[in-house]
Each structure stands twice: as C-alpha cells, then as structure tokens.
Design a protein around this ligand. Sequence first.
Ligand code: HEC
Length: 142
Amino acid sequence: MRRSFVVAPLLVTLAFAACSKATGSDAGAAPQPKGPTLPAGVTPAMIALGDSLYNAGSCQRCHGQKGIGANNGPALVSSPWLHSTGKYEEIVAIITTGVPRTSIKDSARRFPMNPRGGPMNLNDDQVKAIAAYVWSISRDKK
Ligand code: HEC
C-alpha cells in the first residue's frame, strides 16, 4: 500500500520531464540576429564586400576610414543625413549618381562626389555592396 504513494508522484514527475523535453526541442531554433534587421536584398556577405571596397577605394579618402568623416566629405557614421533619410535604397541611389557640385550642402566641401566611385567605376553589384556597408555603419545617424 505505501509503495504506490511513492511510485505515483514519481510517474507524474517522469511524465513532466518527458513533456518539457519535447517542448525544449524548440530551443534549437535559429538565434535571432543582433541589431537592426537587414534591408530586403542585403546579406552579410554584401556588407563584408562593401567594407573592403569602401575602405580600400576612393570613398574613404573623402569620407574617412570607416566613415568617420574627413576634409572633403561628411561623416557617414554620425551627424545628420544631408541627402536622404538613410534608407538603403537612397544610399544606393546617391552612390550611383554621386553629388554634383551644385548639390553640395556644406560649402566647406571643395570637390563633388563622382558617380559610381569615379575611378572605381563600380558596377551595380559593387554599388549595392558599398551601400549595404554604408547602411550598416550609419544606423546611429539621424
Ligand atoms: C571627392 C570626394 C568624395 C568621394 C571620393 C566620395 N564622396 Fe561621398 N560625398 C562627398 C560630398 C562632397 C558629399 C555631399 C556633402 C554635402 O552635401 O555637403 C557626399 C555625400 C555622400 C553621401 C550622402 C551623405 C548624406 O549625409 O546624405 C553618401 C552616402 C556618400 N557620399 C557615400 C560615398 C561612397 C560610398 C563613396 C565611394 C564609392 C563616396 N561617397 C565617395 C564627397 C565624396
């Protein structure tokens, strides 16, 4: 008689353990990405490619290494946007068209920004990759 008092709670405990193990398998789901969700069409590989193109190419001569700003171009990591609201598509557009002298907002900037990185002569995929990189470093910009 006393034995069943011991066994019954044990069975209940085992049943619970089995259930929690079953639901626990959900814990294997993909972890949530950190930071803001990437815009449609942007991949981490594009951002990595854009990083090397930007920091080896002409962009950093005017906008500084990693977009911190320099004499001939505004910072891309801070300070307010001058030509867009910072959406990925807008950044693609501005790299494609450049900023002609007549559109420059800050009169301290002496040189226009040429379309497609000027001598870099970026193709569409390279423009998108650099735009993805600029988007990724500019999330604190307002
Ligand atoms: C010759 C210098 C120069 C080069 C090279 C250059 N830019 Fe620019 N960029 C500028 C100037 C000048 C502006 C406009 C600043 C203003 O209006 O006061 C600008 C504007 C921008 C903007 C818009 C910023 C805003 O606040 O809206 C982005 C984005 C940008 N450049 C990215 C790039 C990228 C990416 C490259 C390389 C492919 C590049 N630039 C190459 C000078 C340059």
